[in-house]
Design a protein around this ligand. Structure first.
Ligand SMILES: Nc1ncnc2c1ncn2[C@@H]1O[C@H](COP(=O)(O)OP(=O)(O)OP(=O)(O)O)[C@@H](O)[C@H]1O
Ligand SMILES: [Mg+2]
Length: 308
């Protein structure tokens, strides 16, 4: 079983408008509302892959209930810890060829809820083969909360996709995840210098002591594929040119693909191929966290994974 964790989920609302009138009424006919948050994107892709997946994290209020309902109707198992705060809305206004976003910061988690969640997580993690943790931490949780979660998941394979201080705390912590998947912007921020897609630059970055003890570091490079380090082996993943519709969440789709491959004990080649194939498939769709599996094989065979 794969356990996915979303600590700060949201209801993502998309308002498509031809033109956005500031300081006036804007009427929207075609509203799209979906259960969002990076971990839930990972969950949906895993569900499409046919993995046995359970989604967990924190949910509260009526929007929390709406997310549960949404997952249930998609046939996805879930076991979230209820919290006293209200799960958030995140609004994207698609207008004039642009995207204006209004993102609520979300609920503030109580100390008692944080410790109850660790107990809840322990129970679920014991039954899981791989755990995928994605996204930011909600307010109220300490920056090193992912370290506490990793301690609870100790002995299991954990894929962690987060950024900023939360990731830094993990990299400086004692218990390491099995895999992290920063994109190049997140990698540059971590090392506090601009990393280019040049092979020598990327390899030097991944040899930084900060990444010691992490089995897999996969740097996703958008249209340029990925550069990965597994133990002491480096891989360059080259992908074909595709027509991109919406690349938001492609990193989440990549995480889903690699997590499913890790669960099956797949080879390095398959882990990277499957991850990149799903990232590309997500980029080809307007909807985030959705892929057309019919196109899987054609892309999969066009990917090149080489030792570098
Ligand atoms: N423009 C693109 N063209 C082709 N493939 C893409 C493109 N963007 C993303 N991908 C595929 O998806 C993978 C992950 O994408 P990316 O590096 O953009 O992740 P990300 O920045 O973490 O995304 P997010 O956080 O929005 O999920 C890439 O390694 C690649 O395989
Ligand atoms: Mg990402």
């Amino acid at each position: 079983m794969i356990l996915t964790i979303t600590m700060n989920p949201s209801i993502d609302i998309a308002y498509p408008l031809t033109h956005f009138q500031i300081d006036d009424v804007n009427r929207v006919a075609d509203v799209r509302k979906t259960a969002g948050g990076k971990g839930l994107n990972v969950t949906r892709i895993l569900n499409q892959l046919g993995s046995n997946v359970v989604a967990s994290g924190l949910l509260g209020g009526v929007l929390g209930e709406a997310i549960k309902k949404d997952l249930t109707s998609d046939g996805i198992q879930h076991d979230f810890l209820p919290i006293s705060g209200e799960t958030r809305n995140c609004i994207a206004i698609l207008h004039d060829g642009a995207q204006t976003e209004i993102l609520e910061s979300g609920p503030v988690i109580l100390e008692s809820e944080a410790s109850t969640f660790l107990t809840h997580l322990k129970k679920l993690a014991d039954k899981a083969d791989v755990i995928a943790i994605s996204g930011s931490l909600p307010k109220g949780l300490p920056t090193n909360f992912y370290c506490d979660m990793l301690a609870v998941c100790h002995g299991k394979q954990v894929v962690l996709d987060c950024a900023g201080p939360a990731l830094e705390a993990v990299l400086n912590g004692d218990i390491k995840p099995t895999m992290i998947k920063p994109n190049i912007t997140e990698l540059s921020a971590l090392l506090d210098r601009t990393i280019t897609t040049q092979l020598s630059d990327l390899k030097a970055a991944l040899n930084h002591p900060l990444f010691e003890g992490i089995e897999w570091v996969v740097v996703s490079l958008g249209a340029d594929g990925a550069l990965a380090k597994h133990a002491d082996t480096f891989y360059r993943v080259t992908i074909p040119k595709i027509t991109v519709v919406n690349a938001v969440g492609s990193g989440d789709a990549t995480v889903a693909g690699m997590t499913a491959a890790l669960e099956q004990g797949a080879s390095d080649d398959v882990v990277l191929r499957q991850g990149n194939t799903l990232g590309m498939l997500n980029a080809q769709e307007a909807m985030t966290g959705y892929v057309e599996m019919e196109n899987y094989k054609a892309l999969y065979t066009q990917i090149k994974v080489e030792n570098v």
